[in-house]
Design a protein around this ligand. Structure first.
Ligand SMILES: [Zn+2]
Ligand SMILES: [Zn+2]
Length: 339
């Protein structure tokens, strides 16, 4: 089978791998869609890596069960599934509530230190599977498997409601998902990005207001849109230090701020920016297996227009082109699809 490796320095390779066979508690997933995520850009842009030691990329896997291990009873060939892309000890308190990425012993991350979904087949422990609702496409399932699920859980952490004006920094796959989901939760969304293409998508699919932070000071613009007070809540999906400071600065007194964009170091002037504003600040890292299922159900029940999140589709052979395009920061979600 074919698998995509990210070799660093923006090099991508399509290699041949043996087809996996399931152990007793595993399934083999025939991949139908596999998403590109912002966090893939770190190994993509990072230092050169030895291809012999690299694992197949892709941590947004979605497909059908092709084969099951001898001890697997909950799944059968043909089941439509998403994969929660972490695997822990299965016994500690965090594994037992579905947060295996918080495992107290150790965990694997598929697509990083275990083979991921940018391949024809994926070997997955049966306990990592989450059922894909009939109403969702495989592409939508791939989105839920990381970026959209991450957005959903961050909004839950912020306890977003119809009373909120919510500023969302970054309108890539996570930020645009948050815009769609928060609009479905009733919030008035102010979407911020520097790419006009991404702001146009946000405006079409849920944002009440958009701000180009490359042209306008977003903090001032948000105060102007909120009678001088600031946003009730703000979400940073960029990981950019300046955007993080702006997210804190644009929140009103007693406001809430959540960070999901990864990497970088950021400096805050803590007294004026945080303490004297009585802010509540959250970090949110992806989601549990249960949260992923809940996110998929919310999208179906609230008719969230998630199909519009996906703007580009590629076969695996065009992986280099897919990553180069996504790296440009102007697209919605890019996915690999399999015929
Ligand atoms: Zn554990
Ligand atoms: Zn991700």
């Amino acid at each position: 089978m074919r698998g995509v490796l990210l070799l660093g320095e923006r090099q991508v390779a399509l290699r041949d791998f043996p087809e996996p066979a399931p152990g007793p508690h595993d399934v083999v997933i025939q991949m139908k869609a596999s998403g590109l995520c912002g966090s893939d850009l770190r190994p993509y842009r990072g230092p050169r890596r030895d291809p012999e030691r690299a694992f197949i990329s892709g941590h947004e896997p979605c497909g059908v069960v092709a084969e099951i291990g001898s001890a697997v009873t909950a799944w059968k060939p043909g089941d439509r599934v998403m994969m929660h892309h972490y695997y822990g000890c299965g016994q500690c308190k965090y594994c037992r509530v579905g947060y295996s990425q918080l495992c107290l012993v150790s965990h694997k991350t598929y697509g990083s230190n275990a083979h991921g979904g940018n391949a024809d087949y994926l070997l997955a422990p049966a306990s990592t599977l989450v059922r894909l609702p009939e109403e969702l496409t495989y592409e939508e399932g791939a989105a839920v498997a990381c970026g959209t699920g991450t957005a959903y859980m961050a909004l839950k952490r912020l306890d977003v409601s119809g009373r909120d004006t919510l500023a969302i920094y970054g309108q890539g796959p996570v930020g645009l998902s948050a815009t769609m989901l928060a609009a479905a939760m009733g919030a008035r969304v102010i979407a911020i990005d520097i790419a006009p293409e991404r702001l146009a998508l946000a405006r079409e699919h849920g944002a009440a207001e958009t701000i180009n932070a490359g042209e306008t000071d977003p903090v001032k613009a948000i105060r102007d849109l909120t009678h001088g007070e600031g946003a009730d809540a703000a979400l940073d999906a960029t990981g950019n230090p300046e955007a993080r400071v702006n997210a804190v600065q644009c929140a009103r007194t007693f406001g809430r701020v959540c960070f999901v964009g990864e990497g970088n170091t950021t400096t805050f002037d803590v007294s004026p920016q945080i303490i004297h504003k009585q802010l509540t600040i959250y970090g949110s890292w992806t989601f549990s297996t249960v949260g992923m299922e809940e996110c998929a159900r919310f999208i179906v029940d609230r008719r969230v227009p998630l199909q519009h999140l996906i703007t580009h589709r590629f076969p695996l052979e065009r992986a280099a082109e897919a990553f180069a395009l996504f790296d440009g920061g102007k697209t919605g979600k890019c996915v690999f699809t399999f015929e």
